[in-house]
Design a protein around this ligand. Structure first.
Ligand SMILES: [Zn+2]
Length: 93
């Protein structure tokens, strides 16, 4: 999986997590099983997003993982290459 796809997948999973949380809260007083399922599914999405980060969010050039600033990162913090173009960032370290 490519870096930008993995990044979008993490965003999607976290969005699902929030949505399911809200569903769980909204349906909490209905007395049905919905809030239980919603909270379980929300937790699963949350865990999955971390799994995707750990497994797929690697720099395509040096293979190191990118955790910090994942959503706004355009350059690898290790080898300073652009994730899309592979061009090295210029300037001082
Ligand atoms: Zn790198």
């Amino acid at each position: 999986m490519k870096f930008d796809r993995a990044k979008n997948l993490v965003k999607l999973l976290l969005a699902f997590c929030v949505v399911l949380c809200v569903i769980g809260i909204v349906t909490a007083e209905t007395g049905s099983m919905t809030p239980v399922y919603a909270s379980i599914a929300s937790f699963v999405c949350f865990v999955l997003s971390f799994v995707v980060v750990a497994v797929y969010c690697k720099c395509p050039y040096c293979g190191k993982r990118v955790y910090l600033g994942l959503f706004k990162a355009t350059h690898c913090p290790h080898c300073r290459r652009n994730f899309e173009t592979g061009v090295k960032k210029k300037g001082k370290r």
